[in-house]
Design a protein around this ligand. Structure first.
Ligand code: SF4
Length: 586
């Protein structure tokens, strides 16, 4: 049988370690997991009722996978298990990554897994999985049992895995990092539907993942796996702690004067000519206007395909946008950058000064470093290019200063990029950006690959540098709450268009666009009110790009693109019906 990502134990009561009977579907007593000398779990006690949904969160290496393996009756190789993990009935594990054989038609895998487990033929197995897809909200038109999973969207692959589990109907379903890699709005919608099914059918459901995955939202309760202990966790998936100061309920005062201005910034790429020879192009960013003031922090918010990364690159003129202009301190940076290509002028219209003032934070800092040079050697080249005013014998001192400001030891200059951890590489990326003593940092998810703790540490360091240097900051992220927490304003992007802009406090408490509201719901672990996936840039619907997913959509939404209009001072929304009630459930 191919590896379907679903594995099970047959019905009946099972225990690991000492035998004993479980009154609830899951009854764990003094469960201890050891990996060599390392205690992954120390005498944990856990009880789950029928229909209860539990989230277990923890960072990488915290032991989540080992715990789920023990509960599934499939101990992870090398992990010693002691104590009891009693499960009354069939248990099913959806392994990390939710693997389906990528090239094998889905129908065959359904027959193998569901048909085999239930002893039914292909037709009956497909019917049961189709019922499961109903529960997951997948419309009949989107179901393609004839296709191999590699030809299906990621969200549909996860929905199929969940539907197969639903068809089998276990007493306990364990999902390790479910829906990993999906956009938050899509991930939370699927997980809420899975939780709905578990409660309705009396299946105990355990969702395990990182604290930032929002698993606590669909769950009835959440535990955090920390240093071998299962401790109650808060809605953010982190261990509960004393209440933090409430976020500002009013807009932070926006300081300073406008320094960076983008007007009508758009980016297009040429496509292959049409059969009739007509030239075509794909526009991925549409006429964005943006002002950034001295000392201001702006959050660019959006999910996959929103073009926030494209906007970041356009603001840095790396490369210059196709249309519109970017002005730094009143100087047209777009024209200067365009002139530079093909020109020998080393500093047209102050472009070098702008490069020094506007520094990028890259999404994959490790990949942006040259593996063949030490950190210090690379930094020296940057300094030589951007700060020729710093004498060669002073460069080492400036490099040490920048590293320490980014939370690293000065000795990091002697290290090779390949020896850096992901967190160290992110801090090195920050140090490199600070080297030239810029005025603006523009980052595209610079800490996306880090764990929640590492990301928090990175953001603390970044914000400390911002405050110390009175920097302006643009941070692009799909994490709405995190992005707005320390921002003055936010810009929500959807399919390359700004659909809402407002001060951060308004976006955190009362966003008006349906897409902003769904992003905020997902960030809080709530059920996002959007259907389906985002369309590809090549297949956008006419009218509003959200209309096939939107709970407010009406026929007029297909006829006209909603303009970005000011609905309150400083608050702009691109929606025909922002002030109307929803049409129904997504
Ligand atoms: S214009 Fe229509 S489809 Fe677009 S967000 Fe508004 S209500 Fe939804």
């Amino acid at each position: 049988m191919s590896d379907p990502g679903l594995s099970h134990h047959t019905p009946g009561h099972h225990t690991l370690g000492h035998p004993g009977l479980a009154a609830a579907p899951v009854d764990v007593d003094a469960l201890t997991l050891m990996l060599g000398d390392h205690v992954l779990l120390d005498r944990a006690t856990l009880r789950l009722e029928r229909g209860e949904v539990l989230a277990i969160t923890g960072g990488a290496g915290s032991g989540k996978t080992a715990l789920l393996g023990a509960l599934a009756g499939q101990p992870v190789p090398g992990v010693d298990v002691a104590g009891t993990a009693g499960v009354d009935g069939r248990r099913l594990l959806i392994a990390q990554g939710g693997r389906l054989a990528p090239r094998r038609p889905l129908a065959l895998q359904v027959a193998e897994v569901v048909g085999h487990h239930l002893g039914v033929d292909l037709r009956a197995a497909l019917r049961r999985v189709a019922d499961g897809l109903d529960r997951m909200g997948v419309p009949p038109a989107a179901r393609r049992f004839d296709l191999p999973p590699e030809q299906l969207p990621d969200s549909l692959r996860w929905a199929c895995l969940f539907a197969m589990a639903i068809a089998i109907g276990p007493a306990l379903l364990l999902a390790d990092a479910p829906c990993a890699g999906l956009d938050p709005t899509v991930r939370l919608r699927l997980l809420h539907r899975l939780a709905d099914w578990a409660r309705a059918e009396g299946t105990a459901l355990i969702l395990a993942g990182r604290p930032e995955d929002g698993l606590a939202g669909p769950a009835d309760r959440a535990l955090s796996l920390r240093r071998g202990r299962l401790v109650p966790s808060g809605p953010d998936g982190e261990p509960q702690r004393d209440a933090e100061p409430a976020p500002p309920g009013h807009p932070l005062e926006v300081p300073g004067t406008v320094r960076l201005r983008a007007h009508g910034v758009g980016v297009s790429y040429p496509l292959a000519p049409a059969p009739n020879g007509e030239r075509r192009q794909l526009t991925v960013l549409h006429a964005v206007d943006l002002d950034l003031r001295n000392g201001e922090t702006l959050a660019l918010l959006g999910e996959t395909g929103s073009a926030k990364a494209t906007l970041v690159r356009a603001l840095l003129c790396l490369p210059p946008p196709t249309t519109g202009l970017v002005a730094w301190m009143g100087r047209d940076l777009t024209a200067a950058a365009t002139t530079t290509s093909g020109s020998d002028d080393p500093d047209p219209a102050g472009l070098r000064r702008a490069r020094r003032d506007l520094q990028p934070l890259f999404p994959d800092p490790a990949a942006s470093l040259d593996p063949a040079m030490t950190v210090g050697a690379q930094f020296a080249i940057v300094l030589e290019s951007l700060r020729p005013d710093i004498a060669a014998d002073r460069r080492a001192h400036r490099i040490a200063e920048a590293l320490e400001e980014a939370g690293l030891r000065a000795e990091t200059a002697a290290r090779w990029p390949t020896a850096l951890t992901a967190a160290e590489a992110a801090h090195v990326g920050l140090a490199r950006a600070l080297l030239s003593e810029p005025r603006v940092l523009i980052g595209d998810e610079p800490a996306a690959t880090l764990s929640a703790d590492e990301r928090a540490g990175f953001l603390d360091t970044l914000l400390a540098a911002r405050d110390r240097r009175h920097l302006s900051l643009i941070l692009a992220t799909e994490r709405m709450e995190e992005g707005l927490r320390d921002a003055h304003r936010g810009l929500v992007l959807l399919m390359g268009r700004v659909v809402e802009s407002a001060d951060a406090a308004t976006l955190r408490t009362a966003p008006l666009h349906p897409y902003s509201r769904a992003m905020l719901a997902a960030a809080r672990g709530d059920r996002p009110d959007l259907a389906g996936d985002a369309p590809s840039a090549l297949n956008q619907p006419a009218g509003c790009p959200l209309r096939r997913r939107c709970p407010k959509a009406r026929p007029f939404c297909a006829q006209a693109m909603p303009p970005l209009e000011e609905v309150a001072p400083g608050h702009r929304v691109a929606c025909h019906y922002w002030d109307m009630p929803d049409n129904g459930d997504a």
